[in-house]
Design a protein around this ligand. Structure first.
Ligand code: PLP
Length: 478
């Protein structure tokens, strides 16, 4: 493709995306494609001769779009949001256009230094501890996902706990990691990948009311395991759990970690970005004193296209100790000088994309005030919805709901237990099949709840009101 052809098709692609944004509400939110349908629409064999890009765009409409669930639809309320935005898309395009592979500082100094600056900016915007900033012992890095950040945190924590023995000799003795029943499954996956083993992921009790981790039980488990000869590696506290956005008591958990000399990782994948607003800075309580690593996903609620996880460590030495490896072919004068950051040592893969461009574009386009406005809109819409649900005697709402997620269920008068749960699931399936909106569910205390996560940039009061009306009508009809 010549630059001239790129210019022509590039304009078409940008127009296609802008048109898509304008007509997104005309699509059913949840794709109606049946298993195998997209596959059947695609030729079995690749073309022998190159095709024009028009053919790709035509198939995008014909085959791909029907198989798309519209995550940017204003009535997408499932899981957590995965925000896209104009500046992020343009930043992503620029990153693709530059085609940089930023494994070393030397392979593109701007790829590294822009990332360092943007992560410092984000730490400032979220009012994160000074020791996370690049001019101290710690620093920030963009990972692919919160799951990737969890794995890297476990590897760094294990390196610190055993002085590098596991990296050298393999995991020999029993190592343990601490989560709660509400912790994201990525922690168990990371513990498995790190060679710690699922059986050594210890599940700390939660308060049945708040679903937050119980520090006293953590304390007891740590003492018990250490007495039994295990080496506790890492505790994960969550700010905004996946199921219900419960918030673990980070300060109290951190005090326990400190007493036992264990690494504290704070997973704030969804909710962490809320701290752009001063009224949400309470979620940072205890980080400055206790957090060894922290991660949040601008690719969820901060307007930055997937993938973009922001991870910080309070001390980069254990991370580098766990992940640095220097084959001859990567040696270079800048790395040897010790004056530069090589982010390959902060992550699992060697190669890395220039992801900072999209986060930089987002922060510059919206500014701190624009980001706050976005978060506040999602929270306000969620709080209005929660108030409407609480006012309806046919429904109950789970408290608290401090962010953009509301969990609720119909009371189904006369029905209880499994029968009520089956009705709730059937209601959700009917709503999702209608294409009008998309919600998901969770279970709390063994009972099914519907989850409505608000935070897409296009979602307005009208969309939330329309969704609530549809839910009530559908529940009444069911
Ligand atoms: N942690 C929490 C609390 C989450 O809610 C999620 C996803 O929803 C994750 C981790 C995993 O995020 P990622 O897809 O970035 O790995």
């Amino acid at each position: 493709m010549t630059p001239e052809e790129f210019r022509r098709y590039g304009r078409q692609v940008v127009d296609w995306i802008a048109d898509y944004q304008e007509r997104i509400e005309s699509y059913p939110v949840l794709s109606r494609a049946l298993p195998g349908e997209v596959l059947a629409g695609l030729p079995e064999h690749p073309p022998e001769e190159g095709e024009g890009f028009d053919a790709v765009l035509a198939d995008l409409d014909r085959v791909v779009l029907p198989g798309i669930t519209h995550w940017q639809h204003p009535s997408f309320f499932a899981y957590f949001p995965a925000n896209a935005s104009g500046p992020a898309m343009l930043g992503e395009l620029l990153s693709a256009g530059l085609g940089v592979q930023g494994m070393l500082w030397a392979t593109s100094p701007a790829c590294t230094e822009l990332e360092t600056r943007v992560l410092d900016w984000l730490a400032e915007l979220l009012d994160l501890p000074a020791r996370f900033r690049s001019d101290g012992p710690g620093g920030g890095v963009i990972q692919d996902s919160a799951s990737g950040a969890a794995l890297v945190a476990i590897l760094a924590a294990m390196h610190r706990a055993d002085g590098g023995a596991s990296g050298r000799d393999g995991v020999t003795g029993r190592r343990t990691v601490y989560v709660s029943s509400q912790t994201h499954s990525s922690l168990e996956k990371a513990a498995r990948m790190a060679g710690i083993g699922a059986a050594n992921v210890r599940v700390v009790d939660v308060d049945p009311g708040t679903l937050a981790m119980e520090p006293a039980h953590l304390d007891a488990l740590l003492a018990e395991d250490a007495a039994a000869g295990a080496l506790p590696v890492l505790v994960c506290a969550t700010v905004g759990t996946t199921s219900t956005t419960a918030v673990d008591p980070v300060r109290a958990i951190g005090e326990v970690c400190r007493r036992h000399g264990v690494w504290l990782h704070v997973d704030a994948a969804y909710a962490g970005v809320a701290a752009v607003c001063p009224e949400f800075r309470w979620i940072n309580d205890g980080l400055a004193e206790h957090a060894d690593s922290y991660s949040t996903n601008p690719h969820k609620w901060l307007l930055t296209n997937f993938d973009c996880n922001a991870m910080w460590v309070a001390d980069r030495e254990p991370l580098l100790g766990a992940l640095s490896i220097l084959p001859e072919y990567l040696r270079n004068r800048a790395s040897a000088s010790g004056d530069v950051v090589d982010y390959r040592d902060w992550q699992v893969p060697l190669g890395r994309r220039f992801r900072a461009l999209k986060l930089w574009s987002v922060i510059r386009w919206y500014g701190a005030e624009g980001l706050r406005e976005h978060v506040r809109t999602g929270v306000r819409l969620a709080q209005d919805l929660a108030a409407a649900i609480a006012d309806d005697p046919a429904f109950e709402v789970l408290e608290p709901h401090p962010f953009g997620l509301v969990c609720f269920r119909p009371r189904w008068d006369g029905l209880a237990g499994d029968a009520a749960d089956a009705e709730t699931m059937a209601l959700m399936e009917r709503l999702n099949a209608s294409g009008d909106l998309y919600l998901t569910h969770t279970k709390v205390g063994g009972r099914v709840l519907l989850r409505m996560a608000i935070g897409a940039p296009a979602t307005t009061d009208a969309h939330v009101r329309a969704a609530w009306k549809r839910i009530r009508e559908e529940a009444a009809a069911g």
